[in-house]
Structures are given as C-alpha cells and as structure tokens.
Design a binder for this molecule. Structure first.
Ligand code: 5AD
Ligand code: SF4
Length: 382
C-alpha cells in the first residue's frame, strides 16, 4: 500500500504534509516514487492566490485517467482550498472521482475517512455533510505523528490561524483565529527532535509568530518562547516565520541579537511601500514605522538577513504608489523579496473594492519590481 502527497503553498503546508505522511504511515502505507504507483494520492492545497488554486484544479483533473486505470485508487483533497464552501462543493461537482474532501481542522480524521472509503467506496465529504465542523477549530492536535522530510531542518508549528484580516488575505477565513500551542508542548517537541540527533535547524512556523502566546492563560511572549528554546541543550539553530511588522517588538529583536542559537534572519513582509495602500490593506503600520523597525534591526543585529513579500496592483494602486514600493525595496536593500500580483479572493474586503487594477498593469508592475530586485541583488554582491 503506497501513498503520494502533492503539496502546494507555504512552509506551513509542507509541514502539514509531514503530518499527513505520518498519519498514512501509521495506517500502514509507505511512500510511492510516482503518483502512478500510489494507492492513495493526497492533494494538500493552497488558496492564497488564484494561480495556486488553478494549479490544484488542473492537477486533480489529470488524475481522472489514473482513476480509470486503477479503480481502487483513493483520491483525497485537503488544505486551505477545501475550507472554502464554494470551492469544496465545486471540487466535488467537477471531479466526482475525488473520494475525500477534508477541511484543515479535521485532518486528524483522515484515517477514519480512508477506512470509510475503503469499506463503502462511497463519497465522503467533510464539507458537504458537516459544514459547521469547519470552523469548529477545537484544540490543536498534539497526538498525530510527523514524518519529517526536510533534511536537517525540522519544522515546528507554534500556532495556527490569523487574527489580522489584511483586506486581501483569505488566511483568516480558511485557518480561523490565532491559536497558540502550549509552550510546554512546543519545548517537548523540540527536545525530542534534538534527541533524535538528525536535525541541526529548528524552524518555528506560524502566520504571525510575533503574536504567539497572547491567547494562552497565562500569556507567554514570543521572545520568552525563543529564549526558553535557546536554553535547551544541544547543537542546533532556531529560526521562525512569518513576522508581522506591527507585532515585531524590541524584546524579540533583542533575543535575536543576543542569543547565539537564533539565526540572524527575519522575513518581514512589507506588502507595500505606500501609506494609503498599507491603510487600505489594513496592515496597521506606515512606511515610516516599517523603516524604523528595519533601522532597529540593522543597528542591533548588524549582519541580519532580511526578506519581504510585496503585493502589486492592489485595488486603486496608482503608478506613483507602486513607485513607493520600488523605493522602499531600494531603500531597505533586502536579501531577497517575493513579489505577487494582487489576486482577488472571494469573501475578502479587497475583492469587493472598486478600482481593481487590470491584469496587464499588475504583470507590468510585478516584472518591474522583480527586475529592480535583480539589479539590487547584483549591486549587493559586487
Ligand atoms: N494576492 C496576492 N498575494 C497575496 N498574498 C496574500 N494574499 C494575497 C492575495 N490575495 C501574499 C502576501 C503574503 C504572502 C504569503 O502571499 O504577500 O505575505
Ligand atoms: Fe494574511 Fe495578513 Fe494574516 Fe498574513 S497577517 S496571514 S497576510 S491576514
């Protein structure tokens, strides 16, 4: 019995796939080299931009042939796309050969559904039958095994969800509100990872790691978590992503500066360099505040690598406002950046805004920004 997992999207999804692999191996499956050899194929999907969804739809569609050849093949779809009402229903209508659609919060039940499909070969859908369960976020599962697949790096999830509601972003809708894991559970997981002796790097994951622990009773700050991890014995480094500029506090910058075990690296998405657009995005900081944080990082951690994400063509963005993003990129001199064309996501505030920017202009801007980044990179290395 073999499995094949297809993963889309961010590191959190890569890590989630390690959990899926853990569940499948516990059920007796082993990894297949190619999807043609698999008895079960799991798509771990991403909903952050339309392009990601289109890729999933294309690839799931291609499985029809495989399913025709192998009637026993089980096809499961999970991850962020399945949390969206319409998408989940569409998936099932368009691709009736999908056996399981399971929401992100219900992953622990994957084994149960696989058994149910095997028994009855009947269509099981977490979404169509039990919609309310979707947003019943419940406790973070601490019992499922991970099958770590990222070499000497071990991902460690420290929290789920996001409370920020940036107006372009689907994440708060598909991942629910912020929920932190208990510090003791995180420390235990890391101790176990170190004891295995295979891992040199620990990467803490969360949509907004800087607000870690605010929801715990009593609250725990992210800098305390970092410092406590550094107190663990062993030869390892720790890094984390993603940081939100509004929550990156001095105590975290100090911890990075002072603790040898913390990597001198911060991914600090700015999204735009223009204050009107930042406000429309609901990012809760200005260009000036962002630059102040960068200045502080550079002062306290002189060799810190800094990277960022940018969205171009947000509704109503003018050429001058886009130029502010370019000037911010030139000013900060990032180690690298990711640039995305704004992609309207159903249900978000920005998708309903007037003044959506035409696709050609978005493409033009993203190309300009990436060309600028390339030019700056060259200058950095000379
Ligand atoms: N359109 C384009 N890019 C987006 N991102 C998030 N939502 C959207 C969207 N609707 C980008 C942001 C974020 C990164 C993970 O994806 O830059 O930091
Ligand atoms: Fe999305 Fe903003 Fe939350 Fe990041 S902080 S996941 S961009 S809502």
């Amino acid at each position: 019995m073999k499995y094949f997992i297809v993963t889309y999207g961010c590191q959190m999804n890569v890590h989630e796939s390690e959990k899926i692999a853990g569940i499948l191996e516990k059920l007796g499956y082993s990894p297949a080299e190619r999807r043609e050899d698999a008895d079960i194929i799991v798509f771990n999907t991403c909903a952050i931009r339309e392009g990601a969804e289109d890729r999933v739809l294309g690839n799931v569609g291609n499985l029809k042939k495989l399913k025709k050849k192998n009637k026993d093949l089980i096809i499961a779809v999970c991850g962020c796309m399945t949390q969206k009402e319409r998408t989940a229903t569409n998936l099932l209508n368009t691709f009736p050969f999908i056996d399981i659609v399971i929401g992100t919060f219900n992953l622990p039940k994957l084994g149960y559904y696989i058994e149910a499909v095997k028994k009855g070969r009947e269509l099981e859908s977490e979404r169509s039958g039990k919609q309310l369960e979707l947003f019943d976020e419940g406790e973070i599962d601490e019992t499922l095994p991970y099958k770590r697949t990222s070499g000497d790096n071990a991902w460690v999830n420290i929290m789920q969800g996001c409370n920020n509601f940036c107006t372009y972003c689907i994440v708060p809708y598909v991942k629910g509100r912020e929920k932190s894991r208990k510090e003791e559970n995180i420390l235990k997981e890391i101790k176990d990872i170190i004891a295995e002796g295979k891992y040199k790097k620990i990467t803490l994951l969360g949509q907004n790691v800087n607000s870690y622990g605010k929801d715990l009773v009593p609250p725990v700050s992210f800098s305390k978590l970092l410092r406590d991890i550094c107190l663990l014995d062993g030869d390892f480094t720790v890094s984390f992503m993603t940081s939100h500029p509004k929550d990156l506090t001095d105590d975290v910058i100090d911890a990075i500066a002072e603790e040898d075990k913390i990597e001198k690296f911060i991914h600090l998405p700015a999204q735009s360099g223009n204050n009107r657009i930042l406000k429309l995005m609901n990012r809760s900081y200005t260009r000036e505040k962002y630059l102040d944080i960068i200045k502080k990082i550079r002062q306290k951690i002189p060799n810190c690598r800094i990277t960022s994400d940018f969205i171009v063509g947000f509704p109503t963005e003018t050429e001058e406002e886009f130029n502010d993003t370019c000037s911010l990129v030139s000013e900060v001199k990032y180690d690298s950046i990711f640039a995305f064309k704004y992609s309207p996501r159903e249900g978000t505030v920005a998708s309903k805004m007037e003044g959506q920017v035409p696709e050609e202009i978005k493409s033009e801007r993203v190309n300009k920004l990436l060309a600028l980044e390339k030019k700056l990179q060259k200058e950095n290395y000379i």
